[in-house]
Design a protein around this ligand. Structure first.
Ligand code: SAM
Length: 253
């Protein structure tokens, strides 16, 4: 790879990922909009619509970062159900990202309520989250940064109540060769250049592109989810924008 990340020893991946997100934390939201031309907002809206949480849902948002999923979830419960009993616990391995999330929540109607809480945790070892304690588990654009994807999914299975749902939003594989060509040019040339121009940090964005390439394709990831004990409906995923991203989901029964 351009920066040899594929050769980085497994145990070093975690500290590399930490560094990347510490570097990008304050520019993260601006960069997301610039890189995806705003499309990540549509994917995240679709993710919450597809969850369709009921009143009082207890969500655990893992790798929650600056809180895009957590915020949309609480807004959905408020706007659709007039519900203010739903709760979200936002966990992230990186205190800088979590700090940005907390700061952002201070400016929302959920500030100083018990609807949102924040905790530093590694998705592979959710040590402070009890067994069978949450209704829905989400991880959005986070799992590909984890060293052991299978461990993450097994931890999700442990913390979910019976009947609970695992949901993952992640970059995935484009099947269409024409779209794929454009997507290659966009991700390998344009994204790192945008990273340099906006955040002054080409390497972190180069890493993000590499990590997308290395993440398993849709079917393979769906199988990892089933292997962890989840039941999937149909093939277990839905493509978004030709497979640039996908929503994977499984139920604990
Ligand atoms: N979910 C948010 C969103 O959709 O905007 C943030 C996604 S951001 C691309 C990825 C996040 O994963 C970062 O905040 C990073 O710190 C976090 N992360 C990376 N490895 C992690 C791990 N092992 N456990 C928990 N969080 C992790």
């Amino acid at each position: 790879t351009h920066f040899g990340f594929r050769d980085v020893a497994e145990e070093e991946k975690e500290s590399l990922v930490h560094e990347v997100f510490a570097n990008v934390a304050s520019k993260y939201d601006v960069m997301n909009d610039a890189m995806s031309m705003g499309v990540h907002r549509i994917w995240k809206d679709e993710f919450i619509r597809s969850m369709a949480p009921g009143p009082g849902t207890k969500l655990l948002d893992v790798a929650g970062g600056t809180g895009d999923i957590a915020l949309r979830f609480l807004d959905y419960c408020k706007n659709v159900h007039h519900d203010n009993t739903a709760t979200v616990k936002l966990v992230d391995i990186n205190p800088h990202m979590l700090g940005e999330g907390e700061k952002r929540f201070q400016k929302t109607p959920y500030a100083n309520t018990n609807q949102a809480s924040f905790l530093v945790q590694n998705a592979e070892h959710l040590d402070e989250i009890p067994d069978e304690s949450v209704d829905v588990y989400t991880i959005a654009f986070g799992i590909r940064n984890c060293t052991h994807v299978d461990k993450v999914v097994k931890e999700a299975h442990r913390v979910l109540k019976k009947g609970g749902r695992f949901m993952c939003l992640e970059f995935s594989k484009v099947d269409n060769p024409v779209i794929g060509k454009f997507y290659d040019i966009y991700s390998f040339d344009i994204i790192p250049a945008l990273g340099q121009a906006i955040a002054g940090d080409r390497d972190s964005y180069q890493y993000l592109v590499e990590s997308i390439r290395q993440f398993p394709p849709q079917e393979e990831f769906a199988q990892i989810i089933r292997d962890a004990g989840f039941k999937t409906i149909g093939k277990g995923y839905e493509d978004l924008t030709f497979g640039v991203a996908a929503i994977h989901s499984g139920f604990k029964i």
